[in-house]
Every structure is written in C-alpha cells, then in structure tokens.
Design a protein around this ligand. Structure first.
Ligand code: SF4
Length: 124
C-alpha cells in the first residue's frame, strides 16, 4: 500500500469522521499531498467525504471517513503488509469473473448485476 494512503487510512481507522485540518495535523502532509491522496482514496471507494451539519452561515464543512462496508478490509490491509486492497469497476470485475457466462451469474443463478453480485460486500 502507498505509504501516504496508509498514513491517512491509519488516521481514519477508528471510524470517527475527521475534517481536512485534523488530517493535516495527524499526517503531517502538505495541503496538496493530503488533498491528492484523499482524492485517490475516494476514487477507490476507500474514503468518503461527508458534509457536516453547520450552524449559521459560512462555507459547509466536510469530514472524511472510511465507509463501513470496507472498514474490515482496510483494517486487514493495515495490519498485514501482505494484504493489498484492489478496487475495480464492476464492468471490469464482470470480465474477470469465472462465474460470468454471457451476462448470467452461475453463482447467484441470475443475471450478472452489481446489486446481486455475491462477490461484492453489501452495506450492513
Ligand atoms: S454477479 Fe456473478 S458473474 Fe457477475 S461478477 Fe458477480 S459473481 Fe461474477
């Protein structure tokens, strides 16, 4: 895992959402480095950005957290360097999947669709 991504995920591992400035303090990264790696982690689905409730006027605040459905995998990858997290679009998974046959899923015994895919861990 990229050491910058690893430091950010470690800071978020506790599950508590953190704002950008908190992550800046905890990681010690530059503003740009943190912003780029947060974008990269968000594109992989490993971090989400949530709007925080604000009282009164002013710009909305956002906090970053690891989505519950990937927390277990992220913890496993952070605790074992041999575990690597791979994220790919469903269209790519379909092409790689041994259960897929002509748009049909032999494992789910129905059409090969992301919402029914047994390979994808669903939100609890
Ligand atoms: S739905 Fe079935 S065939 Fe399609 S990707 Fe998932 S496991 Fe593979």
């Amino acid at each position: 895992m990229d050491p910058f991504d690893e430091r950010i995920l470690t800071a978020l591992q506790g599950g508590k959402p953190k704002v950008f400035t908190q992550l800046l303090d905890e990681t010690g990264f530059s503003h740009n480095t943190l912003r780029l790696h947060l974008e990269n982690l968000a594109n992989q689905g490993l971090v989400v950005k949530e709007k925080r409730p604000t009282t009164g006027l002013g710009r909305p605040k956002f906090a970053y957290l690891i989505p519950p459905r990937v927390r277990q995998q992220v913890s496993a990858a952070l605790s074992d360097p041999l575990i690597e997290i791979v994220s790919l679009p469903f269209s790519r998974l379909k092409r790689l999947c041994r259960f897929e046959k002509g748009g049909y899923c032999k494992q789910a015994r129905k059409g090969c669709e992301a919402q029914d895919c047994p390979q994808i861990k669903k939100e609890e």
